[in-house]
Design a protein around this ligand. Structure first.
Ligand SMILES: Nc1ncnc2c1ncn2[C@@H]1O[C@H](COP(=O)(O)OP(=O)(O)OP(=O)(O)O)[C@@H](O)[C@H]1O
Ligand SMILES: [Mg+2]
Length: 430
């Protein structure tokens, strides 16, 4: 009887509102056939890969000791992380020492980066190798980041050969100069270090840090959607991210300085309620649909030990100016992005759950918009994809990172590796 071994991966999203954790189970990839391993890394046969991954559980707890994308109390944040991860590990009966950390968009910036390197010293031309490609990508990174910045993702968009022809993979071609146009996703190094420190203090190692919304694309979009082109919108508490995926990579990114909390704030101010009470009302009664702004029925709101009636239409109308402002931001942001190949908008983030907001976004930008659905199997039945796709994506990215490492360090192909390297050295010097 064949024994199927399993591996577990944990994603941790330290958000402004909530610490979220997700744990996935993957059939041990060291047992996979080599072709499937390569497919997993290259993003090919991703639907097969998704069938090997199962979400065991996800959970969210209020964030303490962290605000506006920075640690404000190391001990408090570390305790919160420990409690959140430990509770879920116990629930799914798994032991882990590592978590794949995600950082949010108020900490993250995306920058275009270009660089060119000469390829020839003595001879007129040279065959481009993978080492050359790595060298020019490293050069683009070095030239375009500051000393206090840390790169989370390096995403080459295309290469140029001799300043003229473009290629997605120029290895094996002749050239004198190799250029690259990259997108780099970066964050303030000390802010990231402080969050990693809190995770260490909580008792876990961090093999890798990713950008949350980018990792969420692994789950909210399937492989063909990421290849064909899709807009993904992540409405968080304070900030909204707009990401364009195409050719299985990130092609564009914009931040909107508004999130779900701005709608809560409007309800609180207009109806003279506390933020927490307004938040509760928003989740259970608020709607952005115009038909709901005419309903006269009242709901009873508990305020200072007494019940006060509030009209449903007043709750909905109180948010309308902020909803209009938000839609204007979305229109403006999308107008400045290349979205021709993207047939629709896929929504994630807790803010996307506000009743009617997805429909309003679709109408505002004249394009269908829909809530993301989960692409992998979930052991506990239905899962809140809007809120948890980032942590599941982080865990999946952690798994893919491990597979990439396993392929690179696999020693059974050492003769081929040496011969490739000798061939590259030959091209480099002759
Ligand atoms: N059912 C719901 N209806 C309306 N809004 C909701 C609902 N659930 C969550 N939200 C809103 O979603 C926002 C939080 O979203 P999310 O959990 O994605 O943010 P976060 O990841 O903690 O924060 P950030 O990404 O900004 O760091 C809050 O503004 C909250 O009010
Ligand atoms: Mg978030």
């Amino acid at each position: 009887m064949a024994i199927v071994r399993e591996k577990y991966y944990c994603g941790l999203d330290v958000g402004n509102k909530e610490i979220k954790v997700g744990i996935v189970k993957v059939k041990d990839s060291s047992w996979w056939p080599k072709a499937r391993l390569s497919q997993a890394v290259l993003g090919l046969g991703e639907s097969v890969l998704d069938r090997e991954i199962e979400l065991l559980g996800s959970d969210g707890h209020k964030t303490l000791g962290f605000s506006n994308g920075a640690v404000s109390d190391l001990g408090e944040l570390a305790d919160g992380i420990h409690a959140s991860v430990q509770t879920l590990l116990r629930k799914v009966k798994v032991k882990l020492k590592e978590v794949y950390l995600g950082v949010g968009c108020d900490l993250v910036e995306v920058r275009e980066a270009d660089a060119v390197i000469p390829l020839v010293d003595r001879s007129a031309n040279k065959i481009i190798t993978h080492r050359d490609m790595k060298k020019v990508v490293d050069q683009a990174r070095a030239l375009n980041i500051q000393i206090d910045e840390e790169v989370l993702h390096d995403l080459p968009q295309y290469y140029t050969i001799d300043g003229a022809n473009r290629a997605m993979d120029p290895s094996g071609l002749y050239g004198r100069k190799l250029g690259v146009h990259s997108l780099i996703i970066l964050a303030n190094a000390n802010r990231v270090r402080n969050i990693v420190r809190a995770v260490h203090q909580a008792g876990y190692d961090v093999p890798h840090v990713f950008f949350n919304s980018y990792a969420a694309g692994e789950i909210a979009l399937n492989a063909s959607e990421r290849a064909q082109g899709r807009i993904m919108m992540d409405i968080g508490s304070q900030v909204t991210d707009l990401l364009i995926f195409k050719d299985d990579t990130l092609k564009g990114f914009k931040k909107i300085p508004m999130g779900g909390d701005h709608f809560t704030q409007s309800i609180a101010q207009q109806l003279n309620l506390s933020f927490d009470l307004a938040e509760e009302i928003k989740k259970s009664h608020a709607s952005t649909l115009s038909t709901d702004r005419t309903h006269d029925e009242e709901i009873l709101v508990k305020k200072e030990s007494a019940y006060r009636p509030v009209r449903h239409k007043d709750i909905c109308s109180s948010m309308e100016p902020q909803v209009q402002r938000f839609l204007e931001y979305v229109r403006e942001a999308l107008a400045g992005m290349e979205t021709l190949d993207c047939p629709d908008i896929i929504m994630i983030g807790g803010g996307a759950l506000l009743t009617g907001l997805i429909e309003r976004i679709g109408q505002a930008v004249n394009r269908p918009a829909r809530l993301a659905s989960m692409n992998i199997h979930c052991a506990t039945g239905a899962m809140n994809t809007a809120v948890f796709s980032a942590v599941v994506g982080l865990a999946k990215k952690g798994f893919k990172q491990g597979v990439r490492y396993a392929i690179r360090s696999s020693s059974d192909n050492w003769t081929k590796n040496i011969s490739n390297r000798l061939q590259e050295l030959y091209y480099e010097y002759f």
